[in-house]
Design a protein around this ligand. Structure first.
Ligand code: ZN
Ligand code: ZN
Length: 314
């Protein structure tokens, strides 16, 4: 591996910050000029605070996670080296593991407690992209990509594609770009696909988990096309701009639930069940909400098809 990669990588994401801020200002300018409702001052400030906190934490944790990857690399199954095709393979492998990580972050409350931060804004703009968790690494989110050095991908290569994925995902947090050229929409994660991911509308919930590529969602049945304009945020919004509360609210809610749970099965459910799971059915998961919506739609259809017969009898 060339030396510059060692020197450059662990905090590669920090080098992108000036470009992030420049594009953010451009988008704010367009929003003001075109009188769009994309931004709200307090929301933007809290997104930026989450981003700054995340960047500071990353200074320490990225070195730690790359250290873990190096440690695991000694147990690698294959000596893949660094040929061009290994880079290509690593890109796809890293992006796939990102999909697995991100989908799990939406289906297991323990991981959702960190990831919910990114979904807590009711606005969708380039500042939302920077609204990142403070607790991801400490909760062990890096174990998903840890499989890659075990296979035999060099830890630095893995870290580089991790940064590429994060940097790529910045520009897709915008309402300024409509649907793009069809082959791009088919293959890549785009603003349109990711708007769906940030929506609280039932049919859009837990869809489009891809990082750079959207093909994983198409392959594994979690893809949803953007139809009407999404309503952004959570099914139950947290209504706070306080960064500390944004960073920790789901952790405290989860601990409270585990504490009050009547038995071990419920405790397990509150930790590792899907977000919205409850031992007494008092809350709803995305799947339950989706099932309800399907039921409502089929009842409506049944009523509509029944109507002409009623009229005919009359
Ligand atoms: Zn997400
Ligand atoms: Zn996002």
């Amino acid at each position: 591996m060339p030396d510059f990669i060692y020197a450059d990588n662990p905090i590669a994401i920090h080098y992108a910050i000036p470009a992030f801020l420049f594009l953010l200002l451009v988008e704010i300018g367009v929003a003001v000029y075109d009188q769009k409702d994309w931004y709200e001052t307090k929301d933007t400030l809290s997104s930026l605070s989450m981003g700054i906190g995340n960047a500071i934490i990353r200074l320490f944790t990225k070195v730690l996670t790359v250290g873990v990857y190096f440690w695991l690399y000694q147990f690698r199954l294959f000596d893949l080296g660094a040929a061009w095709w290994v880079w290509v393979l690593c890109f796809f492998a890293e992006d796939f593991m990102y999909y697995v990580f991100h989908r799990t972050s939406h289906s297991v409350r323990y991981f959702w407690a960190s990831h919910v931060v990114h979904h807590s804004s009711q606005k969708y703009n380039l500042a939302t992209a920077l609204r990142q968790t403070w607790t991801g690494t400490i909760s062990g989110a890096f174990i998903f990509a840890a499989v890659l050095p075990l296979i035999g991908f060099h830890p630095i290569m893995v870290a580089i594609f991790g940064s590429v994925s994060l940097i790529y995902q910045f520009w897709i947090h915008t309402e300024a770009i409509d649907k793009m050229w069809r082959p791009i929409e088919w293959f890549f994660n785009t603003p349109s696909h990711h708007r769906v991911h940030h929506a609280s509308d039932v049919k859009y919930l837990d869809r489009n988990h891809g990082g750079v590529l959207i093909i994983w969602d198409r392959l594994f049945g979690t893809f949803q096309e953007e139809e009407e304009r999404p309503i952004y945020g959570l099914t139950t919004n947290i209504n706070t701009f306080n960064p500390l509360i944004i960073a920790t609210h789901e952790w405290s809610a989860m601990i409270r639930d585990v504490w009050r749970a009547p038995d071990w099965r419920s405790r397990f459910g509150y930790l590792f069940g899907p977000p919205g799971w409850s031992h007494d059915g008092s809350r709803k998961t995305s799947e339950q909400l989706r099932a309800e919506l399907r039921q409502q739609i089929s009842e409506k259809r049944a009523q509509q098809t029944a109507l002409p017969e009623v009229n005919a009898v009359q």
